[in-house]
Design a binder for this molecule. Structure first.
Ligand code: HEC
Ligand code: HEC
Ligand code: HEC
Ligand code: HEC
Length: 176
């Protein structure tokens, strides 16, 4: 009798203890995540280019929309003899001339044309930080933090640096 009675009771006691410690782990991990979650004044320095496919893993809608734009075709519209011409790649690819920017279509296909990071800036740390939050839906505070790790639009003349003041009239001459 006694033994039969003790069994289930101590099991449920164990269940309570397990439940409490799971809760404690959940709470403490939530706390330790939001500890780093104060929005930054500006995105972290030293980010490298990771290319549009990596962004697509989390921003698939934006990726599909971007694929439909002329920006996505900015490299392939270059006549073949200009596809390695640095003076063209400045505007027809992403981050060309910088360490981790566009090199050539074989090495860095995901930085061809005006890709995500031409307008949002390099996003390696943004991607890593976002990954750290896993697949759970972000709290408002954590989302604000993740948003603050990349530019909504890079500072300065984000569009005009490629779309020069007089538009197409200033475009360098080339053989069609
Ligand atoms: C691991 C997932 C992940 C990856 C990879 C990722 N992001 Fe994000 N990004 C997020 C999340 C989460 C947010 C918060 C807003 C949301 O939920 O869409 C966000 C927000 C943004 C924002 C909004 C910034 C603002 O100020 O509101 C931009 C722009 C952005 N990402 C661009 C990019 C670009 C460009 C890349 C690739 C270089 C990229 N992201 C890679 C998860 C990711
Ligand atoms: C200062 C930035 C910039 C540079 C440098 C540049 N382009 Fe462009 N290019 C653009 C922009 C912006 C467009 C979009 C068309 C517009 O301006 O209306 C464009 C459009 C084009 C087009 C589409 C067809 C057309 O003529 O409109 C071709 C082809 C092209 N550029 C080739 C080249 C070649 C070849 C070079 C190098 C000799 C070059 N571009 C250098 C910014 C640039
Ligand atoms: C020509 C510049 C340009 C390119 C290229 C571009 N974006 Fe954006 N993106 C913007 C601008 C400007 C905004 C803010 C205005 C808006 O929401 O339309 C934005 C907004 C966003 C946002 C924030 C949406 C939100 O929830 O507030 C995300 C995420 C994003 N872009 C991801 C991407 C990804 C991923 C790519 C590449 C596949 C990309 N962008 C390519 C200019 C660009
Ligand atoms: C890295 C250089 C670069 C940046 C930055 C850039 N663009 Fe472009 N943009 C181009 C090039 C190159 C083309 C032409 C691509 C093609 O014809 O396939 C283009 C094409 C376009 C077109 C299509 C024009 C047409 O003839 O239909 C629009 C609209 C446009 N850009 C708007 C913007 C806006 C708005 C921004 C800023 C948020 C911006 N671009 C930033 C290089 C750039």
């Amino acid at each position: 009798m006694k033994i039969r009675h003790l069994g289930p009771k101590s099991r449920s006691g164990l269940r309570v203890i397990l439940g409490i410690s799971c809760l404690a782990i959940l709470v403490s991990s939530a706390v330790s995540q939001s500890l780093g979650a104060e929005p930054l004044a500006s995105p972290p320095e030293g980010q490298t280019y990771i290319g549009s496919k990596k962004c697509a893993a989390c921003h698939f809608d934006q990726y599909l929309k971007w694929r439909q734009t002329k920006h996505a075709k900015g490299f392939e519209i270059l006549p073949a003899k200009y596809q390695a011409d640095t003076s063209c790649l400045a505007c027809h690819s992403t981050g060309h001339g910088q360490d981790t920017g566009f090199k050539d279509i074989g090495t860095t296909p995901d930085l061809a044309g005006t890709s995500c990071e031409a307008c949002h800036g390099p996003g390696s740390k943004h991607g890593e930080i976002a990954k750290g939050f896993g697949t759970a839906k972000l709290s408002g505070e954590d989302e604000a933090y993740v948003r603050s790790t990349i530019h909504l639009i890079i500072q300065g003349n984000a569009c005009v640096k490629c779309h020069t003041a007089n538009g197409h009239k200033d475009h360098p001459p080339y053989d069609k």
